[in-house]
Design a protein around this ligand. Structure first.
Ligand code: HSE
Length: 314
């Protein structure tokens, strides 16, 4: 039995991408979680340690394997392959908690991908999806794949619940980038989801449906005007904006300075914008300045649109 650790990286993601509540997600570059895994004599899954963004032992995440998305996902995949040995995990959080950047999903993906790699990859990424979703279900209280799927596969993924485990990757125009701004606030996704209205008028549903279709068509046809006209959310964003007090001003600045769209990532507090590559640096600076001027410290990331998903690291 080997005692060598294998490490999986899974990136952060923008869930919803504004228009596609619970069914459209986009991976982000250069920020994500890592899970290292090794086989153990003792059966079952165990979390050896969890480290935070600074490399210190995490002060708030539970090492109870039934309460951690990485271990829940890794364990469900491990058990499906009827292993006679166990699994030990070390989790390195690179994504801020309760940030709206798919932190729980990235850990779930990295846990499942690491477990699969230890078994010498019996499952394809498409087959890993439902195991990774087990962890996400625990964290957010719903079966939505708009963080797990882009984190696993990379890029933009259409993943409505009723089609799972089938998902569709959609190539974004290479000329587009995303900007994610994370203000120093926290929003609990499960609580945020409970507050959402359950019923919507037909008018609102039809309008939102047209935005989703228009946005996806714009992406497929490489039509920047169509993307700009349709990247908007009249359904969920207005309900979540009050939880992110700096959002409205940042959105206004982004839209006035070349963003094709700007909305709340997941349940917030992160804010994302999509723009043409040559506008991304200036837009990032303006969004950051607006956030700081409103009294919130923040972090930002710029990503190309078709970024890579989860991977095993050397
Ligand atoms: N689609 C989910 C939501 C993503 O917006 O609640 C949560 O990160």
């Amino acid at each position: 039995m080997t005692d060598k650790y294998i490490t999986a990286f899974a990136p952060a993601s923008i869930g919803n991408v504004g228009v596609g509540f619970d069914m459209l997600g986009l991976a982000i570059e250069n920020v994500g979680d890592r899970v290292s895994a090794r086989k153990t004599e003792e059966k079952g899954v165990r979390i050896k340690e969890i480290y935070d963004l600074n490399g210190d032992v995490h002060s708030s995440l539970s090492k109870n394997t039934n309460e951690n998305t990485a271990s829940i996902s890794a364990n469900s995949l491990w058990e499906s392959q009827s292993q006679s040995c166990g699994l030990e995990l070390v989790i390195h959080k690179g994504i801020p908690l309760q940030s709206g950047m798919g932190s729980s999903a990235a850990s779930a993906v990295a846990g499942a991908v690491a477990a699969n790699a230890l078994l010498e990859n019996p499952l394809s990424k498409k087959e890993i999806l439902m195991y990774a979703l087990e962890g996400e279900k625990f964290a957010s209280g719903g079966l939505h794949a708009d963080n797990v799927a882009p984190s696993l596969f990379g890029g933009l993924v259409f993943c409505p619940q009723n089609s799972l485990p089938v998902t569709s990757s959609i190539k974004m125009p290479d000329t587009l980038s995303s900007i994610v701004l994370h203000p120093e606030l926290k929003v609990n996704t499960a609580e945020s989801r409970l507050k959402l209205k359950k019923n919507y008028s037909l008018d609102v549903l039809l309008e939102q449906q047209s935005y989703l279709a228009g946005f996806v068509l714009g992406v497929i046809q490489n039509d920047i005007t169509l993307i700009r006209e349709n990247l908007r959310d009249i359904l969920i964003e207005p309900q979540r904006a009050p939880d992110v007090p700096c959002f409205k001003k940042i959105q206004e600045i982004a839209l006035n300075n070349g963003a094709l769209g700007c909305s709340i990532s997941g349940s917030g507090p992160s804010i994302f914008a999509i723009c043409e590559n040559n506008k991304s640096s200036q837009l990032e600076r303006l969004m950051r300045e607006s956030c700081l001027n409103q009294g919130y410290d923040c972090q930002t990331w710029i990503s190309q649109s078709n970024s890579k998903g989860s991977a095993i690291e050397d």
